[in-house]
Design a protein around this ligand. Structure first.
Ligand code: PBG
Length: 308
C-alpha cells in the first residue's frame, strides 16, 4: 500500500522491428525473444500486446534497400509507413510511435547524410522532417527523432505544422549518449556505422550538464516529451531531467541492457524476472514517466499477476 513506485503496463512502450515480406519472423540472436517481423506478424503481435494491456509501440524499419541518403526512410511505400497504416487500420486505439532516424536506411549506417567523412547536420534535418511527415501521413500518432542532429526537433515541428499535423506530438531522444549498449540493436537492424562512430552527434557519457543543455534546446524547439537513453547507466540523468524541467520524461531501456539480463539469466547466474522488474522499477523511481523496453510483454504479464 505504501510502495512509492508501481510499475504498470501503461508505463511501457514496446519496440517493434518491421521488415518486408510475409510471415517473416527472424530471431535476433543477441536479443532472445525479439524478432524482425513482417507486417502480418506485427498485427499478430499487436493482438498479443492488447491482451496484456500494452497500448503503445515504437516502430523501427528494416528496409529492402539502403542508400547514401536513406531514401527508403521517407518513401511513401516504405516499410514503416506500411506497418503504421496496417496497425492503425486494425488497432485504431494502439498508440503508434515511430523512430525518426536515417541510420537504418543509409548504406553507411550513419544517422544522416555524409560529406567529407562527417554527417552534415542541416541537410540531414531536412530529410528527417520529411521522414516524420511521411510517418504521420501514414497514420503515426507521435514521432520520436533519435538522430541527435542539432535543430531537428524544430525542423520536424515546423514541417508537421505546415502539413496540417500541428496536433501531433514529438517525443525527442534529447539526451542520447554515444553508448556501447546499442550493440544488439545494431545487429537487429544492421545499422552499425561502416566507418567512424556516432560521437560527433551523440553525447559523451562523462557529461551531465551537456544533457541538460540538449534537453533545454529540444524543449524550446517544441519537444513534448524528452527522453534519456540508455536508461540504467543514466538514472542520475533521468532524475536530474525530471527535477529541472517538469516535463514528461521517457527512458529507453536499450538493447544491451536487455541482452545482458537475458544472457545472465540463461546461464542461471541471476533470476531474470526479478532483475528485470527491479531494473524497470528503478528507471521509474528515478523519474521516468514511460519506459521503452524490450521487456514490455514479460513485465506486463507480471504486472497483471501482481494485481490479481
Ligand atoms: C537510431 C536508434 C538507435 C537505437 C534507437 N534508435 C541506435 C543507435 O543510435 O545506434 C538504439 C536502441 C537500442 O539499443 O535498443 N539512431
Amino acid at each position: 500500500m505504501f510502495a512509492e513506485t508501481l510499475l504498470s503496463a501503461h508505463d511501457l512502450i514496446y519496440p517493434i522491428f518491421v521488415i518486408g515480406g510475409a510471415n517473416v519472423r527472424n530471431p535476433i540472436d543477441s536479443m532472445p525473444g525479439i524478432f524482425q517481423l513482417s507486417v502480418d506478424n506485427v498485427l499478430r503481435e499487436c493482438e498479443e500486446l492488447r491482451s496484456l494491456n500494452l497500448n503503445s509501440v515504437l516502430l523501427f524499419g528494416i528496409p529492402e534497400h539502403k542508400d547514401e541518403r536513406g531514401t527508403s526512410g521517407y518513401a511513401e511505400d516504405g516499410i514503416v509507413q506500411k506497418g503504421i497504416a496496417e496497425i492503425k487500420k486494425n488497432f485504431p486505439e494502439m498508440l503508434v510511435i515511430t523512430d525518426v532516424c536515417l541510420c537504418e536506411y543509409t548504406s553507411h549506417g550513419h544517422c544522416g547524410v555524409i560529406e567529407n567523412g562527417y554527417v552534415v547536420n542541416d541537410e540531414t534535418c531536412t530529410l528527417l522532417a520529411e521522414q516524420a511527415v511521411s510517418h504521420v501521413r501514414a497514420g503515426a500518432d507521435m514521432v520520436a527523432p533519435s538522430d541527435m542532429m542539432d535543430g531537428r526537433v524544430g525542423a520536424i515541428r515546423t514541417a508537421l505544422d505546415q502539413n496540417g499535423f500541428s496536433a501531433t506530438p514529438i517525443m525527442a531522444y534529447s539526451a542520447k549518449y554515444a553508448s556501447a549498449f546499442y550493440g544488439p540493436f545494431r545487429e537487429a537492424v544492421g545499422s552499425a556505422p561502416q566507418f567512424g562512430d556516432r560521437k560527433s552527434y551523440q553525447m559523451d557519457p562523462r557529461n551531465s550538464d551537456e544533457a541538460m543543455r540538449e534537453i533545454a534546446l529540444d524543449i524550446r524547439e517544441g519537444a513534448d516529451i524528452v527522453m534519456v537513453k540508455p536508461a540504467l547507466s543514466y538514472l542520475d540523468i533521468i532524475r536530474r531531467t525530471k527535477d529541472e524541467f517538469n516535463m514528461p520524461v521517457a527512458a529507453y531501456n536499450v538493447s544491451g541492457e536487455y541482452s545482458m539480463i537475458k544472457a545472465a539469466a540463461e546461464r542461471g547466474w541471476i533470476d531474470g524476472e526479478r532483475v528485470m522488474m527491479e531494473s524497470l522499477t528503478s528507471i521509474k523511481r528515478a523519474g521516468a514517466d514511460v519506459i521503452i523496453t524490450y521487456f514490455a510483454k514479460e513485465a506486463a504479464r507480471l504486472c497483471q499477476d501482481r494485481l490479481r
